[in-house]
Design a protein around this ligand. Structure first.
Ligand code: ADP
Length: 291
């Protein structure tokens, strides 16, 4: 059983040939809404693979709330711990896609209302692994990490979006999964090599088309991504990677195999538009590799 604590949002996706300058209006080529939020995305990625997933989070009291919860339920995700908070909007992300590269403005809304008291030790104890990102208030994340430590539930922190983090909490998480730009925010002074060596078997850095890397205590394990001929939309690649990593680890795979598994899932996810649409099932994963 996997617990995902995090954001639940609607993505408003605009495609355009270029981004507007300040004060300027440009014509876009397309507009679409899709389900997102790093928490919900990672929960969906994990559930697609067949895991028993519970989401812990919040939606607001606007017209998006019900759709957001129904989408999770349609993916067989338990939503008992998803609250409805009145007086705030549901989370949203305004995503601009220019030449398949995205830039994002994220408005937390109800995602900021997930409080430390909403998470109990009993709940955390019932999970084989917990997955959390940085779109939930920092007090809630820190309490979650402390609780996981207390009841011996492994926890993966995907530090996205990037924010500074204390050494004490880095020490308390079992796995930290920044991408390259998040590494620079977390450790502005250090080289990638030093950071990986400082946190063996914990720090797993995703490298986009290059895959992912970690230090196993003896050497750097660089795990290549899978070559995808037609990249459609990289939104959600990191989320798919993290969801699949949690699934792999909870299934008892070793870290190296779990990272391979996560890379394959992340790579397959970018072949469809929208964060969640391309997330593979275990069946699709097996068409590409024996797991
Ligand atoms: P984020 O989406 O958080 O920026 P990355 O860009 O590092 O994170 O991508 C996460 C994972 O998704 C990578 O480790 C890789 O497995 C997969 N991935 C991302 N981009 C590509 C790509 N162009 N080709 C193949 N795999 C990719």
């Amino acid at each position: 059983r996997i617990g995902v604590v995090g954001s639940i949002s609607t993505d408003f996706v605009v495609e355009a040939s270029r981004r507007p300058e300040q004060g300027e209006t440009v014509f876009g080529d397309s507009f679409e809404t899709s389900f997102g939020g790093k928490g919900a995305n990672q929960a969906v990625a994990t559930a697609r693979l067949g895991a028993d997933v519970s989401m812990i989070g919040a939606v607001g009291d606007d017209e998006f709330a019900e759709h957001l919860v129904t989408n999770l339920q349609n993916e067989n995700i338990n939503t008992d711990a998803v609250q409805n908070v009145s007086g705030v909007p549901s989370g949203s992300a305004i995503i601009t896609l220019v030449e398949r590269d995205n830039s994002i403005i994220y408005v937390a809304g109800a995602n900021d209302e997930v409080k430390p008291e909403d998470i109990s030790k009993e709940l955390v104890k019932s999970f084989d692994i917990v997955l959390v990102q940085n779109e939930t208030p920092v007090e809630t994340i820190e309490q979650l990490i402390d609780m996981c430590n207390e009841v011996d539930t492994p926890i993966i922190l995907n530090p996205a979006p990037a924010r500074e983090m204390s050494e004490a909490y880095i020490a308390k998480v079992d796995y930290l999964t920044p991408n390259e730009s998040e590494v620079k925010v977390l450790f502005p002074e250090e080289t990638m090599e030093n950071i990986l060596q400082k946190y063996p078997n914990k720090m797993i850095v995703t490298l986009g088309a290059e895959g992912a890397v970690f230090f196993d205590g003896k050497s750097h394990q660089w795990i290549p991504a899978v070559d995808v001929p037609d990249v459609v939309d990289t939104t959600g690649a990191g989320d798919t990677f993290n969801g699949a990593l949690a699934f792999g680890l909870a299934s008892g795979l070793a870290l190296e195999e779990s990272v391979q598994f996560a890379n394959l899932a992340g790579s397959l996810s970018i072949t469809k538009k929208g964060a969640q649409a391309g997330m593979p099932t275990l069946e699709i994963m097996r068409e590409h590799k024996e797991f």
